[in-house]
Ligand binder design. Structure first.
Ligand code: GH3
Ligand code: MG
Ligand code: MG
Ligand code: MG
Length: 307
């Protein structure tokens, strides 16, 4: 998902990449934008593509058309063709003022087209509009991938992350593990304590799981209802069993009272572990095996981990 928040106030400014083969043109634009944006510059298409694909990517690109080696149209075509950069809005800033050229630029996916000589207040206004739109789109996209109740990633995020990590593991020859997690006797918890407290319980379980994750690439997601799932890249069965057991213990140690459980007098979870070496079997089979292991953890008494 997005990178962790930074403590440097400069980093909170939206960032803009200005691309032009003429340093004098870059200077004019940079001078007018630098008080409101973090400005990066490139004097060639190749350099622009490199900066656009780096982390964190710019929020907007101002792109000259006429440049030696690679022109702005080609730069735009490549930006839009690369999933790492296709979401970055591009505004052409160019002396090419024919309608056909503007149509070509917009047809390549640019959000706007400004002709030189430009008026700086208009450049500033258009940049502000598109940066604001980009920020709102980013926010909506991140909300669409978060579970509204627990604020951890949702199943949609998990599904995408699983495909991505599956491909990476196959490429790099590393193992991949998933852990299915289900709250024990949660129906009776809801029935006796009410839905509001049930929701609060799910939030606390989600936080406990998230806090146990060890690596940046690990994911804890809400899979649905009172089920969660962990995605553990570069982890084999042994490693996943250790993490799953620490999750079980963490929730057990919350001691959330559950007087109506058939088991403990507090809330517990059961966990099913499965690991594989992609591309052996399939992601769906891996999930199915984790589900079967979870079923065994349930039938053998709950509050336990099975693989
Ligand atoms: P087991 O130990 O076998 O898992 O039993 P269980 O009672 O947990 O299993 P069951 O699947 O029968 O019950 C799941 C319950 O989870 C039923 C449903 O009301 C509750 N639930 C699902 N989603 C939510 C939610 O978003 N909030 C609340 N409060 N409860 C939820
Ligand atoms: Mg030029
Ligand atoms: Mg369930
Ligand atoms: Mg349950």
């Amino acid at each position: 998902m997005s990178s962790p928040p930074s403590s440097n106030p400069e980093d909170l400014l939206p960032s803009i990449l200005i691309v032009d083969d003429m340093p004098a043109n870059i200077r004019v634009l940079a001078d007018t934008l630098k008080s409101d944006y973090r400005v990066r510059v490139a004097t060639s298409g190749t350099k622009a593509l490199e900066i656009a694909a780096s982390e964190p990517p710019p929020d907007l690109i101002l792109l000259d058309v006429m440049m030696p080696e690679m022109d702005g149209y080609e730069v735009c075509r490549r930006l839009k063709g690369d999933p790492r950069t296709s979401h970055i809005p591009v505004i052409f800033v160019t002396a090419k003022d024919e309608a056909e050229e503007e149509a070509l630029g917009l047809g390549l996916g640019a959000v706007d087209y400004i002709t030189k000589p430009f008026h700086l207040p208009i450049v500033r206004a258009r940049v502000r509009t598109h940066v604001n739109l980009k920020r709102k789109t980013d926010l909506l996209e991140s909300l669409a991938l978060l579970d509204g109740l627990t604020h951890i990633p949702n199943r949609r995020y998990f599904d995408v992350a699983l495909q991505r990590e599956w491909a990476r593991a196959a490429r790099e020859g590393t193992p991949l593990a998933v852990v299915m997690v289900d709250v024990d006797h949660f129906k009776s918890y809801n029935d006796h304590y009410g839905h509001g407290q049930g929701d609060e319980c799910l939030r606390r379980v989600a936080n406990a799981l998230r806090a146990r994750l060890q690596r940046p690439a690990d994911v804890a997601a809400r899979y649905g209802g009172e089920e969660f799932v962990l995605l553990l890249p570069d982890t084999d069965t042994e490693g996943a069993l250790v993490l799953a057991e620490s999750c079980r213990a963490a929730v057990n140690d919350l001691r959330i009272p559950h007087a109506y459980s058939d088991g403990a007098d507090h809330v517990t979870i059961s966990l099913g572990v499965a690991a594989t070496h992609p591309p052996d079997e399939s992601a769906n089979l891996l999930l199915a095996r984790a589900d079967e292991a979870l079923y065994r953890a349930k039938s053998e008494g709950r509050n336990r981990v099975r693989a």
